[in-house]
Each structure stands twice: as C-alpha cells, then as structure tokens.
Design a protein around this ligand. Structure first.
Ligand code: SF4
Length: 453
C-alpha cells in the first residue's frame, strides 16, 4: 500500500503515535512516549503442539553460512531483587542452582549435536540473567567447560559474563577467565551510594570503584551499565556518575533509560511515597542529553546511541549482532533466540524448564514464524542504522525500490526537527536521538506496510 495512503487513513491519535508531532520543543515532546522497549518486527504465532517439530526441523538443517551465529545463556538467579527490575525470577539457592546447571549443560550438549549448531561457528556468547556472577565457582566452571567442549568458538570470539560488583572476588574472577570469559558486563546503575541502596544495590561508591580496579588487574574487557531516571536521581547526581565513568577502571559503558513497569515494585514504592519520584520522559531526555554532550566533549567514542567505549578492546559484539539479524541459539530458563526463520522464548518457571529438559524437549514457551527474509533484512538494516543515528535511504532502496516511499516519513521528521539530510543519508539531530527507538519502530512498521500490504 502506498505510504501516504496508509498514513492518511490513520486516526489522528495513531498517526501521532507513529510519526510524532510538530513542536517547538523537539527534545522533550516530539513523541508522547517511548513506543516500544526494543524495536523490531513481530511474527506469526505458531501453535504450541507444533513447537518441538518446528524446532527439530530447523536444527536438522545445516547453517546457511551467510549468517553470524551467537549464543545466549540465561542464569535465572539473583541474590537480591532490585527495585526497578521487571525480570527477576528466582532467589539464589545452592541446591536449585546445582540442578539447574545440570539441566543447562544437558541442553547445550543435546543441541550441540544437532546439525545446525554442530556446524555453526559461534562469534559471540552472552551469559546473562539474573546474575551469572552469583553462580558458585564450581557451577561457573562446569558451565564454561561445557561451552568450550560443545560449541565451535571463532578464534576472535567474545564471551561475556554478566554480573554484580558484589561478586568481584579473585577466586570467581580466576574461574571465569580461565573458563574462557573475555568480557565482563556489570550492572553498576549508579555510583551514588544512597541512590544505589535505594534501588537494592549493596556496595557504596568507594567499594564499587575499588572492585573495578581489582578486576582490571586481569586481562579482560570491562563494561558497566548505567541507568538514568532512577528515583530521586537529579541532574547533578547523574552528571557525577558520568564524570566518574571517565575515571573508573572500565573499557565501555551503556547508558540505559529507566523503564518503570506500571504495576512493578518501583511504581508501587513511588506511589506509596517510600522512594522519591523518577524523572518523567522529558526529564529523561535532559539526562540523556547532558551525558551525551559531556562524553562527546571528552572525546569518548560512541559505538551506538547508548553505548560508549573508552578503549578499542570493547567491541560489544553480542548486542550489535543480536539486534541486527544474527542467529541466536538460546539456552536456559527464560532465554530467547531465533534459528531457521523461527523465534522463540523459553519457559520462565524453573520447574517447567526442568521438566521439559527431563523429557528431552526444547523448553519452548512461545514460538513465532519470523517475517520473510527480505523484510527481515530491511528491518535489520533500519535498526542497525538508527542504532548509530542514521538512515541510509539509498541502501534501503537498493534492497527494495518500494522503500523509496520511506522518504515521506523521513521528510516529515526532517521538518519536525528530528532529522537532517545529507546526500540521501538522513541523520538524527541531537534532539532526535532521544527518540530513536520510537522512530526505528515506526520505520520498520512503514517498511512492512510498503513491502507486504
Ligand atoms: S540483578 Fe538484574 S535481574 Fe536480578 S533483580 Fe537486579 S536487575 Fe533484576
């Protein structure tokens, strides 16, 4: 369907949600809200009774050789629950963890014997959670050994282990690194002691910095996640955190916008007055821009709009590849991934996961047939470009000439102050950057309208 016709048919409300609105305050009000947490296409749901057959069919095929292959492994345990978290699953308990690692290794061994994974060269592995660093030394060593023994890692592989500052002690660090880990991603969120404790983080600022320094005695890439918009986080506190990033012993940092889940613990704590309010979306925009300007002024390199590096050893392979169409083989309770044109999520209940593994099944909770390959390529191209702040219209039209009509959307955004154009490259303006996730989702949806409707 022609894009203009599609846009004209939308109600004012839907049209504004899709393309935003004309305003003199682009930075704070170009969109009313962030449209999605992650931009992308959604597929066609597959009936539960077909999950195992569809999965086996995909894994019996050889890998196509053109794709990049990655692995995601989920560790669903945390020692404590952070106030803002919408993904907490289980408290750490040794006996449950022991059984879980047995199951996880069984799942890895089983899938690694299937043609698709057996013949794939794995570029990047991300062990996330939850809190992987909370695993006992013995269980971490067993899991890492299973990865090395069963998966074909590329020589320049990236193996990330996610964790908390609390777990940075020599014995654990030695175990991770001797097991093949070469990148550690830490959820610091803030260096401010009061703010950290308000959201459930234990160590004071001095301890966080001391443990980062300790970790950097080893030859490993270290990155930290920071969150803006935490309860009671003023611009002043945030900028102290950003300045600290330039002194801390780290190679890179992700700056994430806080998502407040409507009925989550944080929303309830704010409502009950137990913690101060969080920044609204306009306040988050100010925090984003202050950090962006500071880091840019100090010459810090930006790998994507929210990811920065101080040292070239930081590559951020997994995040980049997983968002732009790489195959992701998922393992563990609550993991998600895609292979052979299907995407799927695993059960989040550890008991249901255990029973599925015991039956010899892939523990699938939800499965979708992904959109056609060509549309996926276009979507990946849009996502990859806007993650870095631009849309290459010439490249998109070389994939499908119908996408020339995306110029309508890009011109609206140019007039609205969200983009500027240079030789068919449309760049986000500084004010437009904060809205890039919503804009990416809108572009992907419009591309789908043009190619499929
Ligand atoms: S450590 Fe991560 S997964 Fe666990 S509760 Fe905190 S934010 Fe959630």
């Amino acid at each position: 369907m022609p894009l203009k016709e599609y846009l004209d048919r939308l109600s004012d409300e839907k049209r504004t949600a899709l393309i935003g609105r004309k305003t003199s305050d682009v930075r704070h009000a170009a969109f009313t809200e962030k449209r999605v947490v992650h931009a992308g296409l959604s597929g066609r749901l597959i009936a539960p009774e077909e999950y195992q057959n569809v999965w086996h069919r995909a894994m019996r095929m050889p890998p196509d050789g053109e794709r990049t292959y990655t692995v995601y492994i989920h560790i669903p345990f945390c020692q404590t629950k952070c106030l803002y978290c919408g993904f907490y699953q289980n408290a750490s308990r040794q006996e449950i963890e022991d059984v879980y690692i047995d199951d996880l290794i069984a799942e890895i061994e089983r899938d690694a014997a299937m043609p698709h994974l057996k013949n794939a060269n794995i570029k990047s592995i991300f062990i996330g959670g939850g809190t992987p660093s909370s695993l006992s030394v013995g269980n971490a060593a067993r899991l890492l050994a299973a990865i090395r023994e069963n998966l074909n890692l590329c020589t320049d592989y990236e193996l990330t282990f996610e964790g908390r500052i609390h777990d940075l002690v020599p014995e654990r660090i030695e175990t991770w690194l001797s097991g093949g880990v070469n990148r550690i991603s830490l959820g610091v969120q803030s260096f401010d002691t009061i703010l950290r404790r308000r959201v459930g983080r234990i160590e004071p600022r001095e301890e966080v910095l001391a443990r980062l320094t300790l970790l950097k005695r080893w030859d490993v890439t270290v990155i930290v996640d920071m969150i803006y918009g935490l309860p009671g986080q003023t611009l002043d506190l945030w900028m102290k955190d950003i300045a600290t990033l330039l002194e801390a012993s780290i190679d890179g940092m992700d700056l994430y916008q806080l998502n407040v889940f409507p009925h989550g613990d944080l929303a309830r704590a704010v409502q009950a007055g137990r913690v101060p309010p969080c920044a609204d979306i306009a306040g988050q925009a100010d925090l984003y821009h202050a950090a962006r300007d500071f880091l840019t002024t100090h010459g810090i390199e930006r790998l994507s709009l929210c990811h920065w590096r101080r040292d070239p050893r930081e590559r951020s392979l997994y995040n980049t590849l997983a968002k732009t169409g790489a195959v992701v083989y998922p393992f563990g309770c609550g993991a998600g991934g895609n292979v052979g044109g299907i995407s799927f999520m695993h059960h989040r209940s550890i008991e249901v996961y255990h029973e599925a593994i015991a039956r010899g099944e892939k523990p699938i909770m939800m499965m979708e047939q992904q959109k056609p390959k060509k549309l996926r390529s276009v979507s990946n191209e849009i996502i990859a470009g806007l993650e870095k702040g631009f849309v290459d219209l010439h490249r998109l039209t070389s994939l499908d000439t119908r996408l020339e009509e995306l110029r309508i959307l890009l011109c609206i955004w140019r007039k609205n102050g969200l983009m500027y154009e240079e030789n068919d490259l449309y760049h986000l303006t500084a004010d437009g950057e904060f809205w890039y996730v919503s804009m990416t989702q809108s572009m992907v949806e419009c591309a789908e309208i043009l190619m499929c409707a």
